[in-house]
Ligand binder design. Structure first.
Ligand SMILES: [Fe+2]
Length: 380
């Protein structure tokens, strides 16, 4: 097979890829040389700033399915597999097994939440892959068959990543307290929210292990914030833009705590897609946007909050003892209906891990061949 010529330019070169002639910068190519990575630590051991002059090719050609560059001003030859260049150009970045499209969901989807048993998650790579993949794609999953102990939750979380602390510590217990520090620890209703937006970086993935739930009421409410934000984008683009542009203040304040942070209600990813939402009226500070901006911001904000109460989005169900709901706290919005305090016992044990750790877990498992696709059932 003959290859088209590689064409040298002042700051880079043009290589013939399957999609056509493609430009690569010399600095990038020099850094992409496989020899820059130490095979043992797998970290970069080459410093591009150590070169006496900007990298520049003396000659370049395609040989043995690799781009071969002989560098000027340096006694070094770089060989980059064409496959690597093709994959990079196709994705615009290094291929990522965790870069899976979000699957939006709506009311009634709780019956289809992906379910994995604690034994599968703890005992098998495929179980861990299924849990982490569900969190990437749908932002939610149910772990079933949870052992009724404190350690049970720790073991489950550690299958995805380390427990990440908050102002409350590493774990929290959602049950009635005599002197509650949070509305969650009362029998009252809990409006739709994401957790702890007053922290500099709100917790990533939340776990709620249901240890007991025999009360009347207390149904769980969950919705996909990305789905609601997507609907707002279609129905009222100006309102969407306001919520995706301006930051508003949140707090978490009690004896010894005074957390404050400013967050956008709608978060976009690098591609401009909705990646999540931040909402918590009970931890929202007085708005500090210019009053004139509030003339349009407040109606947009109220519209979005009302959409979150729309039956087309909300899943309402009872969380049962032995189940642990796991969800992306930057995307999934949750709440609770009031319950009758003396009708029984309701106890959830909760904690968080990083989204980064969860995605990392999925990448390593997918690279080993565990794609974590849900197991087909007769109903599907
Ligand atoms: Fe919460």
């Amino acid at each position: 097979m003959t290859h088209a010529e590689v064409q040298l330019r002042d700051n880079g070169l043009i290589a013939p890829l399957t999609r056509g002639e493609t430009y690569f910068n010399y600095h990038w190519l020099r850094d992409a040389c496989p020899t820059t990575i130490d095979p043992q630590t797998r970290e970069r051991v080459f410093d591009v700033t150590s070169l006496k002059a900007s990298p520049s090719a003396r000659s370049a050609r395609i040989a043995d399915d690799a781009l071969e560059i002989e560098w000027a001003n340096e006694d070094h030859v770089t060989r980059i597999p064409m496959e690597k260049l093709e994959a990079f150009v196709a994705n615009g970045r290094k291929p990522d097994p965790a870069d899976l499209p979000r699957q939006l969901w709506y009311a009634g989807h709780n019956a289809q939440f992906r379910r994995v048993s604690q034994a599968e998650v703890e005992g098998t790579d495929e179980g861990r892959a299924r849990l982490s993949r569900a969190l990437i794609e749908e932002g939610v999953a149910l772990v079933t068959g949870m052992e009724n102990s404190d350690e049970s939750l720790t073991r489950l979380v550690n299958c995805l990543g380390p427990v990440t602390p908050t102002g409350e510590g590493h774990y929290f217990e959602v049950r009635l307290e005599i002197e509650p520090t949070n509305l969650a620890f009362t029998a009252g209703p809990l409006e739709m929210h994401t957790d702890l937006p007053g922290e500099e970086m709100a917790p990533g993935v939340q776990f709620l292990h249901c240890r007991a739930n025999t009360v009347e009421g207390g149904f769980s409410l969950f919705l996909d914030g990305a789905a609601v934000a997507g609907a707002l984008r279609e129905e009222d683009p100006e309102a969407f833009e306001l919520l995706a542009t301006h930051e508003i203040p949140f707090f978490y304040r009690h004896d010894g705590w005074d957390y404050r942070a400013w967050q956008k209600v709608i978060e976009l990813d690098a591609r401009g897609n909705v990646s999540g939402v931040t909402i918590s009226q009970h931890l929202q500070e007085d708005m500090d946007l210019p009053q004139e901006v509030l003339d349009s911001y407040y109606p947009a904000f109220c519209k979005f909050i009302r959409m979150m109460q729309d039956p087309r989005f909300v899943c309402r169900f009872r969380l049962n003892a032995g189940e642990c709901i796991v969800f992306d706290n930057h995307r999934i919005v949750h709440g609770r209906e009031a319950f009758s305090a003396d009708s029984g016992e309701r106890h959830l044990r909760g904690c968080y891990t990083d989204r980064g750790a969860t995605w990392s877990t999925y990448r390593t498992l997918a690279t080993k061949g565990h794609d974590g696709l849900p197991v087909a059932t007769a109903a599907e």
